[in-house]
Design a protein around this ligand. Structure first.
Ligand SMILES: [Zn+2]
Length: 433
């Protein structure tokens, strides 16, 4: 698997494109005729991969949708027709977290697992993590791929990995202090949760030497007020990372934190399209991320519609990396933009408002239909020591001020709202169907 991603981080963009094309050609050669899913898909679309003569020709291939991968799994359970090689070639199986629909199984060979780790090593390096760091993972190691790949990345980097699964939050805090953890990888929600537990248990969070937090699994590290709050609670820098089980660990934030995440273009080819017309969007405009991964021939995704909204930024980064960026990180999902009384709203925009209030420990948002109109219901939990009604009124006013929408904000009793360790589900839609 050469050249290594990090050798290409600063490469001229022409060189990057050349590498992408070489890897794409090799991938298509491996997949064509062996991988039933893509062979049949391309045959149906009337295109043969041999017709691709340059990187730009990639757009001749059809898009891949998650629903197709799910069908491919049903057709040939348990691993599906997208598994290129015989079952014995694979050494790992994981599945998507199943936020929506049936979990999708993904399989890796020893080589593609190594590749996952290489990408995660770049995520860690991007945040300034070195082999002298101690990386704490408060993660219960189930079938979700998420932080498993972080373990492999830490191994490749040579940093010490501290497994913190299966424990309570307070025990984890003590362990981090005793073992002098310097890096914490978890969801943004869980970083905030640990801070609340520390406060409630009178545990001094600043006695834990964590200096870097790396977040994945949900937005948050790219939501300015959530990021600021995590950094203030921990006295550490908080980094965003994006990836997906069916794609790989594709983007990371560099130490200069330019307000976006770098895409590991030596291992992934990103495209941005209008989700409705499917036309390519120019850099700077928001559209759906379509991605091709180059290092997982045993379970590839080629022109995969991620459902994530991004804005491509090709400007040079002061860190020296030539890798393009997603400005503002993943901006939302194509299916979670809401139009309420003519106003377009993303859940992350609501989160950004609520996280300004350090008195709010947890929140939940429900979209309802009232007399044919969508309405926003927000529940907040206010931590003791604050005047709940005053906080409630301020949150309501702030949401109105930021989004020109009048929500109903109510105060939930302490501990009433669900707490999350993995992907948080704070947004509920009761306006559909
Ligand atoms: Zn950078």
């Amino acid at each position: 698997m050469t050249p290594l991603g990090e050798l290409l981080e600063n490469a001229p963009r022409d060189k990057l494109r050349e590498v992408q094309w070489q890897k794409l050609e090799e991938l298509l050669r491996l997949v064509s005729g062996r991988n039933r899913f893509y062979t049949e898909k391309w045959h149906k679309a009337g295109i043969s991969p041999e017709e691709l003569k340059s990187l730009g020709d990639l757009r001749k291939l059809p898009f891949t949708r998650k629903s197709e991968l799910a069908r491919a799994q049903d057709e040939a359970p348990p691993f599906g027709t997208n598994a290129t090689f015989p079952a014995e070639a694979y050494s790992r199986v994981h599945q998507t977290s199943g936020t929506t629909g049936t979990p999708l199984r993904v399989v890796d060979t020893p080589e593609s697992w190594e590749w996952w780790g290489q990408c995660w090593r770049l995520v860690l390096r991007g945040a300034g993590v070195t082999r002298s760091d101690r990386v704490f993972l408060p993660f219960s190691f189930g079938p979700f791929i998420g932080f498993w790949a972080a373990v492999e990345g830490a191994r490749q980097l040579g940093a010490m990995m501290i497994p913190g699964g299966g424990w309570g939050s307070l025990e984890r805090l003590h362990m981090m202090r005793e073992l002098q953890a310097t890096v914490l990888c978890c969801t943004p929600t869980y970083a905030l949760r640990l801070a609340v537990v520390a406060r409630e248990q009178k545990f001094d969070l600043r006695s834990v030497p964590v200096r870097v937090l790396i977040h994945a699994g949900e937005p948050g590290a790219n939501v300015p007020h959530t990021k600021a709050r995590i950094e203030a609670d921990w006295g550490a820098k908080c980094f965003d990372h994006a990836g997906a089980s069916e794609v790989g660990a594709h983007s990371f934030e560099c130490e200069l934190q330019p307000g976006g995440i770098h895409i590991i273009e030596s291992e992934f080819i990103p495209e941005v399209i209008d989700p409705q017309t499917e036309k390519e969007m120019p850099p700077g405009e928001t559209g759906e991320l379509v991605i091709t991964n180059l290092g997982r021939p045993g379970f590839p995704v080629i022109r995969y519609r991620t459902g994530d909204l991004v804005r491509l930024d090709l400007q040079a980064c002061a860190c020296g990396r030539t890798l393009a960026r997603f400005d503002g990180g993943l901006l939302g999902r194509t299916d979670d933009m809401l139009t309420i009384r003519g106003v377009n709203v993303y859940p992350t925009a609501i989160e950004n408002v609520i996280r300004q209030f350090s008195a709010v420990d947890e929140f939940q948002v429900t979209v309802e239909r009232r007399q044919e109109m969508r309405h926003l219901e927000v529940q907040i939990e206010v931590h003791s020591g604050h005047e709940a009604e005053e906080v409630r009124a301020r949150v309501e006013q702030a949401i109105y001020g930021a989004l020109s929408l009048r929500p109903t904000v109510t105060v939930a009793p302490p501990g009433a709202l669900t707490r999350f360790e993995m992907k948080a589900r704070r947004f509920h839609r009761l306006d559909q169907g």
